[in-house]
Design a protein around this ligand. Structure first.
Ligand code: MN
Ligand code: MN
Length: 462
């Protein structure tokens, strides 16, 4: 049994809709490369679509009713959007979830140093990266510096054509004979992934000459441009990401090459679906969460109580307060937990089992289970729920495929699905196939982006 290629089914109207969606998506991932940027951009789009801040509703004791749309933000990094339906919340919600954090390099708290007449920023990597992919490539800095006086300074350098970029050096091949014999995991030491940020010294001679004149120059520039000093890095979150915009890929422009598509391809399409559905029977929810790449931990990860607490606040304002109602709402809910799938890659065909692999362009992926070593750690969706999802997708004409992450015992991975499943709700892993997942430039098929968006809308309306 083989699933058909979605591209073959499109008429001119569908192609035009696909192009519009993917152009907006390409722009979204070009402009938003951190969880904070994605959260802020999502809130801006939600407000345009008529969503109001839940905090305002709570402060005013404003009652919520069917048709009301609210959002809540957790520490500027995780967002929950809720569109109230006509049925009681206790009967369950239709939930879309995806993550907005991506693998990257984070600056250390004490990052700045000078060596070999150059200034560097030291990093600690975040999430699963291959160290060798991060050298000799243009990099940008995105983030915030929080000052003691309460002010937050935004940093974003390396994206505009007129901006400078940054780089981590690689060893020249002429001196690399030993390095080239190492396994790829050791070829580049991840402690040495330090970003070159300057090479010009201040010119101060005599007694006042600084010991580290290039670092001194950097500090002068940071002070002038941002009003920050070296100690302010202690309370900064600055992420090193690939510089530059996402691009159309292929002569036929059928794909998108861009950073952070894991998992912003699912996050963006889920968000759009959430913002576009109206007059729903079951309350629709979109969760865009942080920290998935490091285990869904912390206040902004899926394991935090933010989702549950926000649900309780909304139910209170909707006149359905109380612990038991909340428990029922959670247990009766359905979720598409979306994260990217490993797209079948001909160059590494032996890692995949083709009957159960995700193919680029064959539509929205459903993983009944994930995990590793005998489905270990996986949420395994009920056959009953998979049948429900099949029906919803088929009724809405959504192209979909079912898949696993590679051959048996060749690796694996986890998502946020098991966390929501703890409430007893129906959860299935879904998402978009990606080539070169976790690399600096991941590739997706525009057909899959489009089918994901259609599938999410159909699910919210079910
Ligand atoms: Mn990932
Ligand atoms: Mn992911």
């Amino acid at each position: 049994m083989e699933r058909p290629c979605a591209w073959k089914s499109y008429d001119d109207n569908a192609r035009a809709e696909l192009d519009r969606l993917c152009e907006n998506y390409r722009q979204f991932i070009s402009e938003n490369k951190t969880e904070r940027e994605c959260a802020a951009a999502s809130v801006a789009l939600a407000e345009q679509a008529g969503y109001v801040d839940l905090a305002t509703c709570i402060a005013e004791g404003r009652a919520l009713k069917a048709g009301d749309k609210v959002y809540a933000v957790c520490h500027n990094k995780t967002v929950m959007l809720v569109n109230l339906g006509t049925e009681p919340l206790a009967d369950g919600m239709n939930i879309l979830g995806a993550h907005i954090d991506s693998p990257r390099l984070d600056l250390k708290q004490n990052p700045l140093y000078e060596a070999g007449d150059m200034a560097y920023l030291d990093t600690h990597y975040y999430g699963g990266i291959k160290g060798y992919q991060w050298v000799a490539t243009p990099l940008a800095l995105h983030g915030v510096v929080c000052k003691k006086d309460g002010a937050t300074v935004e940093v974003r350098v390396g994206e505009d054509a007129s901006d400078p970029v940054f780089c981590i050096s690689d060893l020249l091949v002429h001196l690399a004979s030993e390095q080239m014999k190492k396994p790829a995991s050791e070829a580049v030491d991840r402690e040495s992934l330090d970003v070159i940020v300057g090479g010009r010294p201040v010119v101060i001679e005599g007694e006042d000459a600084p010991k580290e004149p290039v670092k001194e120059m950097l500090l002068q520039i940071l002070s002038e441009k941002y009003g920050i000093d070296e100690e302010d890095f202690l309370s900064a979150e600055i992420e090193v990401v690939p510089a530059g915009a996402a691009r159309d890929m292929g002569f036929d422009r059928s794909m998108i090459l861009g950073y952070g598509q894991d998992d912003r391809v699912c996050a963006y399409t889920s968000l759009l679906a959430q913002l576009e559905v109206t007059d729903v029977k079951r309350t629709s929810v979109c969760l865009l969460v942080d920290k998935e790449e490091i285990g869904s931990v912390g206040a902004t990860g899926m394991e935090s109580r933010f989702f549950e607490n926000t649900g309780a606040e909304i139910m209170e304002l909707a006149g359905e307060g109380g612990t038991l109602s909340l428990r029922r709402a959670l247990a009766n809910s359905r979720m598409l937990s979306s994260d990217v799938s490993a797209g079948f890659d001909h160059a590494y065909a032996d890692r995949f089992e083709k009957k159960n692999a995700a193919f680029m362009g064959r539509g929205l992926c459903f993983n009944k289970f994930t995990g590793r070593g005998g489905k270990g750690g996986s949420n395994d969706a009920d056959a009953e729920y998979v049948a429900f999802v099949r029906r919803v997708m088929d009724d809405a004409g959504v192209a979909f495929q079912t898949c696993e992450l590679g051959r048996v015992d060749r690796g694996g991975g986890g998502t946020i699905a098991y966390i929501l499943a703890e409430y007893g709700m129906n959860v299935i892993d879904s998402g978009v196939a990606v080539l070169s997942m976790h690399s600096l430039w991941e590739a997706t098929s525009k057909a899959d982006v489009y089918e994901a968006y259609k599938g999410y809308k159909a699910f919210l309306n079910a």
